[in-house]
Ligand binder design. Structure first.
Ligand code: GDD
Ligand code: MG
Length: 332
């Protein structure tokens, strides 16, 4: 196993208006574009070749990640003219894959932060002989996800994307957005039209008796669907709750990036990131917030947890900002 497809296109890839021109995968988490963490984790699991399947603002990825060599990867980029859906996007990059028909290809949703043991998913795939293997996780409210009931052996019995009625909520196991596909299964997805892997490919495969294997892994898992989730994910990366080899510094209560100025007696806790150009004054306190380039926190100021301070923000000396008082983005 050496290659993976990363899905980073579609309609829901922008966080507005915080990042009007920044696709979600490029929004910083713990000091680097979020996608860096997924790429670095894949590399650490032995992946060498990654195809980025995208449909939106593709031109922002390539200038940053280039051929991937700085991460020890070979990255290729494929842009859909119109979004092809998750299945269509996978099929659309098939010609870039190098694996043989029976070899496993990893596929990742591009908006998930997880501690998944990627090798274990591949091992499960190989020992079960499945056509497709899926990482599953348990959540309290599964309605926003794909429900994946399994039998006693972990074999998938149904795939119910975004269930609408209470009767459809048959399990708390959901699709966690990481798969291993037998290469030849990818080639069976129709070309040239949008296909949803969740609404079409998985149900069709099950209907025709294909073997889909689930691996429930209750490791760290977070869907970065909302701006608040992004802030939490970044803090979890900084503090080491979410594992990533790409965090640029030592894990702990805070991450101070090159080019930031922090007074020695400032207190930074809860996974705060102080970015380049940011200044935190004497005696200031920042609890679990994200302070990015250009923000200034004055002497003696106290910034509560879960605030998001970006370019140009000035927090007055001695001012107090309660928890969750300022966010840079809308709820969309
Ligand atoms: N290239 C490309 N083209 N990528 C796409 C497209 C497309 O047309 N549509 C979606 N994607 C990418 C998204 O960028 C994201 O990384 C991933 O595919 C999943 O799409 P979302 O739009 O984020 O789906 P979701 O969050 O509602 O649901 C998915 O993720 C859940 C876990 O977070 C599904 O896979 C659910 O079954 C799953 O539970
Ligand atoms: Mg999503």
């Amino acid at each position: 196993m050496t290659e993976a497809i990363l899905l980073v296109g579609g309609k829901g890839t922008r966080l507005r208006p915080m990042t009007v021109n920044t696709p979600k995968p490029m929004v910083p988490a713990a000091g680097v574009p979020f996608l860096t963490h997924q790429l670095a984790r894949a590399r650490a699991a032995g992946v060498e070749h990654i195809v980025l399947a995208t449909s939106y603002l593709a031109e922002v990825f390539e200038p940053y990640f280039g051929d991937g060599s700085s991460l020890g990867l070979h990255i290729e980029y494929v842009t859909e003219r119109e979004p092809l859906g998750t299945g269509g996007a996978i099929r659309n990059v098939a010609s870039r894959l190098r694996s043989g028909p029976d070899e496993p290809v990893l596929i990742f949703n591009g908006d998930i932060l997880t501690g998944l043991d990627i090798r274990a998913l591949v091992d499960t795939h190989e020992t079960s002989g499945a056509d497709v293997s899926l990482h599953l996780t348990r959540v309290e409210d599964p309605r926003a996800f794909g429900l994946v009931p399994t039998d006693a052996t972990g074999r998938v019995t149904a795939f119910l994307e975004k269930p609408q009625t209470p009767e459809e909520i048959v399990t708390d196991q959901i699709n966690a957005g990481a798969y291993v596909f037998r290469r030849s299964v990818i080639d069976t997805i129709p070309t040239g039209r949008p296909v949803s892997v969740e609404r079409e490919t998985f149900p069709d495969l099950l209907a025709t008796g294909a073997h889909l294997q689930g691996m429930v892994d209750s490791t760290y898992w977070l869907d970065l669907g909302t701006p608040q989730a992004f802030v939490r994910g970044s803090a979890d990366l900084v503090m080491g709750r979410a594992p990533s080899p790409a965090v640029p510094g030592r894990r702990g209560d805070r991450l101070v990036l090159d080019g930031a100025t922090v007074a020695p007696d400032a207190k930074l806790t809860g996974g705060t990131v102080i970015g380049a150009g940011a200044t935190v004054g004497e005696g200031a306190r920042v609890d679990g917030s994200t302070v990015l380039a250009g923000a200034v926190v004055g002497d003696g100021a106290h910034v509560g947890a879960d605030n998001e301070l970006r370019d140009g923000v000035r927090v007055w000396c001695g001012a107090r900002l309660p928890d969750g008082a300022v966010r840079f983005s809308s709820d969309q």
